[in-house]
Design a protein around this ligand. Structure first.
Ligand code: ZN
Length: 340
């Protein structure tokens, strides 16, 4: 009951990449970099296992960024002449690769990484990929011209990749779709269609992660404009409830998401965000337990999987370690109460 997991990323060791930075440059090149990444994955697994996390990930140590890590290997994109564009409805600017021709996948992208990670843990393993709507929002398109069309093309490539990951032995495949919290009106149309296409034929657990982003200034400013109650999920959860997705990840720690929205996901497993990644303050196990108990008023306990709100890549290793322990210890408190 109440197995714990993380949204996906963990901080990278300082010897691998600059800490507390997004898009941090690697400190190595070539084979030395490949070895360093694998070593960092071993650390990430050990840290999660020692903290008592049940469903672990590679900590996204293999990739520089959660979207561009996948895109770097896609044909039809220009990664050399990136273009600075406003993303997430212009919330912030990012240097993005440009779609210059038909996109294609040369072969498996993350399968070898998944196999390496699988071989080094006996715990359940989750692997993350960027969702199609978030990809098209993190890219400058100069070829397809229409976002839904480009999203469906990416969904086809993601589906091939998901089948390779499934064959590599992962237990959960998660698509990260923060864009679902930005373009809510488009989710019920092409957003969900592209998501379903990306998961076609997948038989392991299918998860989607929707969040309010890392704790960077642009996101914190944006959250300040969302009002007393954050009701974005209210539009997307009914759509997801009617989909084939098994697990939905949502923010509940330190956020203004009204918990009754959980009822909109009846039947689905909830990756319940009980750890706030937008602050260095480490939750106490008691606070984590309180968030889980609050959610249990709106969702059956057997559907709840305590999780982090979002990725922990921009945090320090010390803070993330403390938060992993709080997550695990907080879930254990509620488990104990249920057993007693
Ligand atoms: Zn997130």
């Amino acid at each position: 009951m109440l197995p714990t997991t993380i949204a996906g990323s963990l901080p990278k060791p300082a010897w691998l990449a600059e800490p507390i930075a997004l898009w941090a440059p690697w400190r190595f090149e070539g084979e030395a970099l490949e070895q360093a990444k694998r070593d960092a994955v071993l650390v990430a697994l050990k840290v999660q296992e020692a903290a008592g996390i049940d469903i672990v990930s590679d900590g996204e140590q293999f990739r520089q960024h959660f979207v561009h890590g996948f895109l770097e290997h896609i044909e039809g994109l220009d990664f050399v002449n990136k273009k600075r564009i406003g993303i997430r409805a212009d919330r912030y600017q990012a240097d993005c690769p440009v779609v210059v021709g038909p996109i294609a996948r040369r072969g498996p992208i993350h399968a070898e990484e998944a196999r390496f990670t699988r071989a080094n843990t006996t715990r359940k393993l989750k692997f993350t990929l960027p969702g199609p709507m978030t990809i098209v929002d993190t890219i400058a398109d100069e070829h397809y011209g229409e976002r839904p069309k480009l999203a469906m093309e990416f969904a086809r490539l993601l589906n091939e990749e998901a089948h390779d990951l499934q064959a590599a032995g992962v237990d959960v495949i998660q698509l990260d779709e923060p864009a679902f919290n930005v373009y809510m009106d488009e989710v019920s149309g092409w957003g969900i269609e592209a998501l379903e296409r990306a998961f076609e034929g997948i038989t392991v657990k299918k998860a989607i992660h929707i969040c309010y982003g890392y704790g960077i200034k642009a996101n914190n400013d944006w959250k300040g404009t969302l009002g007393e109650e954050w009701r974005q999920y209210e539009q997307t959860f009914p759509v997801l409830a009617g989909s084939s997705i098994d697990q939905v990840s949502l923010e509940c720690a330190g956020s203004r998401v009204p918990l009754p929205v959980l009822e909109l996901l009846a039947g689905k497993e909830l990756l319940l965000g009980v750890i706030d990644v937008a602050t260095d303050k480490i939750e106490t196990p008691g606070e984590v337990a309180a968030t889980i108990r609050a959610a249990m008023k709106y969702a059956p306990v057997e559907k709840i999987i305590p999780c982090t709100n979002c990725g922990m890549v921009p945090l320090s290793r010390e803070v993330s370690l403390g938060k992993l322990r709080a997550l695990s210890d907080g879930a254990a408190i509620v488990r104990g109460e249920m057993a007693g």
